[in-house]
Ligand binder design. Structure first.
Ligand code: ZN
Ligand code: ZN
Ligand code: ZN
Length: 193
């Protein structure tokens, strides 16, 4: 997000009545910024779980409107490797041979020479079906989507609060950084209906 510090200052000012002593370490769109998109989520990282919980409970003020917030749990998103296209890990953690998402050949999708050629039929790198490796019709993707749905149902609504040790400990930075996402609009025309 452009002007990270300015945005954080504005968020803290807007939400002062709910979280007067909050510290925010990060704010950003959940997905890449794009002009076309009408709706997007933002992720805000607080240093203290209590502050994130207060916003989840009370709602989040943003440009004069109030938005619902949820605890942001990374396991509630589809995780697909861009190297071998299998699910459950990402490219930097991958030790499998590289595969093409268009034709399942042993090259990167970017270097595919057959995609888009006349009569080209995609071949899934995961199941061998006639679709690209990220297609919603793929049984492997459907399995991953089921996992995500389950994870969403099981996720906590609020961050666990660690027992208080010393007064100074409550002010220390939480390493994992509680995050939450809130539905918001990145378009001045307002949220799409
Ligand atoms: Zn992989
Ligand atoms: Zn290819
Ligand atoms: Zn498939």
């Amino acid at each position: 997000m452009k002007n990270q510090q300015g945005t954080i200052q504005r968020i803290l000012a807007d939400n002062f009545s709910v979280v007067p002593h909050a510290k925010i370490t990060y704010v950003g769109w959940l997905t890449k910024e794009s002009i076309k998109k009408r709706n997007s989520s933002i992720v805000i990282e607080f240093t203290q779980p209590e502050m994130a919980n207060a916003i989840i409970y009370a709602g989040f003020l943003w440009e004069g409107l109030i938005y619902n917030c949820q605890l942001y749990d990374r396991s509630c998103r589809i995780k697909q490797c861009l190297r071998c296209y299998d699910y459950g890990h990402i490219g930097t953690q991958c030790s499998a041979p590289q595969k093409c998402g268009y034709c399942a050949g042993g090259h990167g999708s970017r270097d595919c020479s057959v995609k888009g050629s006349p009569g080209f039929k995609p071949k899934c790198a995961l199941c061998g079906g006639i679709h690209t490796a990220w297609n919603a019709a793929c049984p492997a993707r459907q399995k991953e989507m089921q996992r995500v749905e389950k994870a969403k149902q099981l996720r906590n609504h609020y961050w666990p609060i660690p027992p208080r040790r010393t007064a100074s400990a409550t002010d220390s930075h939480n390493k994992t950084g509680p995050t939450l996402s809130t539905s918001s609009s990145d378009d001045t025309t307002g949220p799409a209906t």
